[in-house]
Structures are given as C-alpha cells and as structure tokens.
Design a protein. Sequence first.
Lengths: 328, 201
Amino acid sequence: MYGGGNTFEPMKATGIENEDPVLLAEFEARIERGEKIEPHDWMPQLYRKQLIRMIEQHAHSEIIGALPEGTWITRAPGFKRKLALMAKVQDEVGHAQLLYSAAETLGKPREQMLDDLVTGKSKYSNIFNYPAFTWADSCFISWLVDAGAIVNQLANARGSYGPYCRALERICAEESFHLKYGHHCVIHLATGTEKQREMMQAAINRWWPPMMHFFGPPDKASVHSEILMRWKVKMSSNDDQRNQFLDMYVPKIWELGFTIPDENLKKNTVTGKWEYTEPDWAEFKRVINGDGPCNAERLAVRRTAEERGRWVRKALLTPKTEYVTPLA
Amino acid sequence: MNKSLDPRVNRLDLPQGELTPKVPLDQFGTFEVFVQLKEGKGYRHEGSVHAPNIDMAFLFAKEQFSRRLMCAGIFVAETRNVFVTGFTEDKDSIYNHISDDFPEDGEIENYEVFHLNKRGKQHEHIGSVPSKNHQHALAQAKGEFIDGPPVFNIWVIKTADILFTEEEDMIMWNTLHEKKFRDASDYKAADKIKAFKERQQ
C-alpha cells in the first residue's frame, strides 16, 4: 500500500518511432478495447521499461515503508495495537513480493531489482526518507500515507498491464484494514488527553510537507506522458491524485479538530479543486537524490539485512531449483 | 551515521563503510502457487514465490496467499515444470491447435490440466489425465475438455511434480477466523467521533 509509482523521472526519448507500426497499432487497439496486456503479448520497449520502473519502485516503497512503521511494533501501546501493526507490516512486505513478481513477468529478475534498491540505483517513495519520531508519526503513516497510496493504487489498478492489475487488486483488498486501523489510531489520540492531541497535531505538522510531495511534482505536458496515459500506464496526473486525496481526507482531519499547517489550504467552490501552497519541490529533489534525514539509514538497514542473511540463503540453496521468469 | 531513532537499528550495529559485494544472481528458483478457497471448490493459480526447494515454496505460499481469505488448500509446482501451450483469442479455443500426435516415450502417470478461460484472469485447475508425457496429456485433455467453452491457454503439470496440502497440514488454517485484527470491521470508531463532536459543541 505504500504506492509511489510516480517518483520516476520521465525518460528523454520515447523510441516509439523504432517500433513496428502494425504491432503497435494492434497493441494500442487492444488497450483501447479495454483488454489487459499479458506477459506473452507484444509490447513496445517504452511500455515495458516504464512499467518495470514503476512496479519496481512501488515494490521498493513497500519494503522501505515497512521500516518506519516496523520501528514502532515493540513500542505500540498495548497488545492489540502490536498485533495489528505487526500484521500490517507483514502485509506490506507481502505486497512487495506480489509486486516484484508482477515486475518479473516483464523480464527483470527480482534479485536484480533488490540489488538496484540497495545500491541506490532505483528509487522508492520519498516520504520514507523521513523519520517517525513518535507513536503519532506511525499513526499518521498508517492512516494518511496509506490513504495516499490507495488513491494511487486504485488508479493504477485500472491500468493496462494484467499482472500489475491483479497484484493491485489483491493489495487494495488487504489495504482496507490498514486504512481503518490507521484512522482508528488517530481517532484514539484525537479524542484522548490534551497531551495525546498535541502529539498527533505535531505529527501532522511534521508530515504534511512530505505528504504533499507524495504524489510527485505537477506533470509537465509532454509527448511522453501523453503516450503513457494513452497506454494506461499512468492513469491520472499527479495533481489530480493530490486533489483527490485532499478532497477525501482534509475534511476527516479537520473533523477531529486538528489543523493543517498551510494557511492557503482551501477548496475552491467554483472549480471544485483544492488550493494550497505549492510544496517545496527543491527539497523534494534534494531528498529523493539521497540527501534526506533517513536515506542512508534505510539503505544501510537493507544492505545489512542482505549481507547478514546471506548465510541463511546459502544454507537453503540447493542446485535442484532454477530461476525462471514466473508465468503470470 | 547518527544514532538512529529506531532502537532496533541501533542494536543492529550497522557496519561503517562498504559491505562485501554479493555474488550476482544466486537467487532461488520460482514456483507457481495454486489456491483452493473452499473445500470442494476448484484450485486457481494465485501467483508465484521464490524458494530454494518445494517445501519452502509451500511455506512461503501459505504466508503469502492465505493470510486473509479462508483457504482450504494450496499446492505448488516449480515454474519450469509447468508445460505451457501457445495462446489463442476471441472464440478460437487452443484445443483446435493441439495435435493428436504425441511421442510414445514415458510411463503412464497422472498429469494435472489448467485452463485459462478468460483473458486477464487466472488459470483454473480443470482435472487430471493419465498420460505418458506432457504432449500426450494435452492430446488426452483435448479429447476430454474440447467441448466446453473456448480455452485460450493450457498449463500441464505432472502430478508427481506438485506438492499438495496433506490432510494433517490443514490445521495451519484453523486459527485464521480468529485473526479479526486483520479485518477492517474490527476498527469501528464512528461512535467515538460522534461523541467527540458533541463534546465540542
């Protein structure tokens, strides 16, 4: 559920002029008819590349996103919260596996993707480069970061690539518990003592800027994004997703008596769109390129897990199995 | 690196500097997973897992595909043991393209047959046929299943290449219905919000 199929930088050339025009027309007609593209179908290079990037980054976001929440399992208030948070974190890691499998059907092995994660070659959702200081931060992630991801995932689930859609359907079904659980945690703090309310308000203040970054910078109109929209790789613009998120969740935050640290935030009753202070995109760029508060720690944890778990994999490895691309 | 906010990360004692690079592509094999939601219902392909052997694949499949919905059975087969036909479209059944000829080598054994009935959906288990080899199994399946609705792709797996759920394994799903904390309905809070709003007025 951690979403994030929107952090990639657009490619320079589409390469579409090198594709076979007959095959390309059949491919586009299939998408036009609302059919899914399956692994055995012909597809343009750009489609394959962009989907691998998108699904892979989504998978990485699930793995890395489990870290700031996982931090809080041992300190979650009470047995029930511990159980729930543990189940949620397990779900997220399971989602990563589903997504890696979907990306693998496009021809990039899972291990290559995991390597590209730990070497910093491929990205993950930028929001997880920020720390979860208090329990309330973890509640913010469970409720609102998940909510943002669901907006993104529900859109992508209507996309054109079969294996990705099937993985997302499964993921979205599991997400419904995450969202309710997160909301439940926030309501508990909101209706609690003054101290609990202050803690939650402080978390909202901390997480609002990265939350606004979450959906990515406004899309520039380009041939590239026009093609990806037509091929149903990208299902809606970053700004549309941000607007949808604000529309669904700002009233729910306000209803609990919290404030949002943006004095310009309001819904324009004429256009029906939300107006807000443009987030600091220079910071977004700086953090996504490695200079955030937690980038180094997140990757170091993954790298160490890889290295220290190596003997286990080695002990289990038998020459009897063989890696091949999964079927569907 | 600064001291982490995460006590577990501090306990990890993260090494400074470079780690030993890993050997490339030492990854596990892939297995296809089939799930039965209810006793008596058919098995359906659910996805794949990576595992060092078929027993571990079964365990990973249980963790990955039976955390939520009730599950009556799982079976797994290594991906390379799945024999896959070509694909057809529209009304054209793949059975129209299956040859009745097959090589004569092999002993008679059971083979499991899976149909793709709709583009974009998952393969479903349809039955098993005693055959000498995969090709023979396809020809046998053609005789048995060609009269149904069109099939767009077929998988055939030798029954001996599959690890099935044993009767005694099924207790692992006994507690599934007790795990309400995985269900959205366990987190009702509308009353709390209502009471909160009333207090504010």
